[in-house]
Design a protein around this ligand. Structure first.
Ligand SMILES: NC(=O)c1ccc[n+]([C@@H]2O[C@H](COP(=O)([O-])OP(=O)(O)OC[C@H]3O[C@@H](n4cnc5c(N)ncnc54)[C@H](O)[C@@H]3O)[C@@H](O)[C@H]2O)c1
Length: 314
């Protein structure tokens, strides 16, 4: 393993950050987190040796201070919701486009060797026939997808104009521990089951996604920190498996031991793509990435985590 010391993780107190920071700290890296705790939670990092700076990525001075003594950056901080981006596109732009620009510009000033950025597969490509890959034409259908595409544009431009070592990973839909504050399908389905309320599916259940366990996504992030790929590289990190929302509800019901739990169907929401799953072939070639946790096993483990960490105390 390459000797990577001093890693700044923006948004490290969020869902993906909680697993990533644990993984990197366990592997001997010195970790600093910059997070404004809007959707994250400082308690997610309890018990981990990490320096937490509460601050905003849109503030250049905060970033300059946070980058002191740092060699690599993982940029996770974002306004991550498609639905919220449709309701409030200006905030989404501010955090994701301006914020990502500020992170890249600060990394340039600080001479950071490797900057790994979190992007998205489904929302960025839009309604294409899956599987999507790095050759698919991005046509976002939500402000969130557009903001991530803009961030990728700056990451590529900064690699070419300034030699910044950027790598952008386009994640599929992540799930797993520390996702209790998310409004993603698996979290909402488990919460509905726990509350004894119907699972709500927007649309008829035929829409599909690529559900990838957070451990696999964080392994890819770690591989991206260690690899020597050229600046400006973009890679899809996914499971490669298409799962309809109906199948997902069935998997969640099975994991919770309530296969007949009621489902309520509501109208489809704007901004959400119809079908999506991605090929991870290029990530396999460049990083040696391959998913290791199948959906049944991953969803069962996630239900267990919710039982023990979120629902258990009730
Ligand atoms: N979770 C997924 O399924 C998924 C899929 C594709 C891409 N992504 C991307 O991965 C990244 C992490 O996602 P997540 O699911 O962990 O989201 P999250 O909301 O749990 O984490 C984001 C973190 O960023 C912090 N943050 C937000 N705005 C900030 C700001 N202005 N300054 C500093 N910190 C700020 C939040 O407090 C939070 O801790 C995001 O960039 C997201 O767009 C996630």
């Amino acid at each position: 393993m390459a000797d990577i010391r001093g890693i700044l993780v923006t948004g490290g107190a969020g869902f993906l950050g909680a697993t990533l920071v644990r993984r990197l700290a366990a592997n001997g890296h010195a970790i600093r987190v910059l997070d404004n705790l809007t959707t994250g939670d400082a308690s997610y990092l309890d018990g981990v040796e990490v320096e937490l700076i509460e601050g905003d990525i849109r503030d250049a001075k905060t970033l300059d201070d946070a980058l002191e003594g740092i060699e690599s950056v993982v940029h996770l901080a974002a306004a991550g919701s498609v639905v919220m981006s449709v309701a409030d596109p200006a905030t989404n732009f501010d955090v994701n486009v301006l914020g990502t620009f500020q992170v890249l510009d600060a990394a340039r000033r600080a001479g950071i060797e490797r900057t790994v950025l979190a992007s998205t597969g489904g929302a960025l490509i839009g309604d294409a026939i899956p599987p999507v890959d790095e050759r698919s034409l991005p046509k976002p259908i939500s402000p969130y997808g557009a903001s991530k595409l803009a961030g990728e544009g700056y990451a590529h431009a900064f690699a070419k104009a300034y030699g910044l070592g950027t790598i952008t990973l386009r994640f599929a839909n992540a799930y797993g521990p520390w996702s209790a504050r998310k409004r993603s399908a698996i979290t909402m389905f488990f919460r509905a089951i726990d509350a004894g309320e119907p699972i709500v599916i927007y649309g008829d259940g035929s829409a599909s996604r690529d559900y990838t366990h957070v451990d696999d996504i964080c392994r890819a992030l770690e591989l991206a920190l260690e690899c020597d790929a050229a600046g400006g590289t973009v890679l899809h990190v996914a499971s490669g498996v298409e799962t309809t929302v109906q199948e997902l509800a069935d998997l969640c019901r099975a994991a919770a031991g309530v296969p007949k739990h009621p489902i309520e169907y509501r109208p489809k929401r704007p901004g959400e793509v119809e079908r999506n799953f991605a090929s991870y072939d290029l990530a396999q070639q460049v990083l040696g990435y391959a998913p290791s946790i199948g959906r049944e096993e991953g969803i069962r483990r996630t239900w267990q985590w919710f039982q023990e960490s979120v629902f258990g105390g009730r």
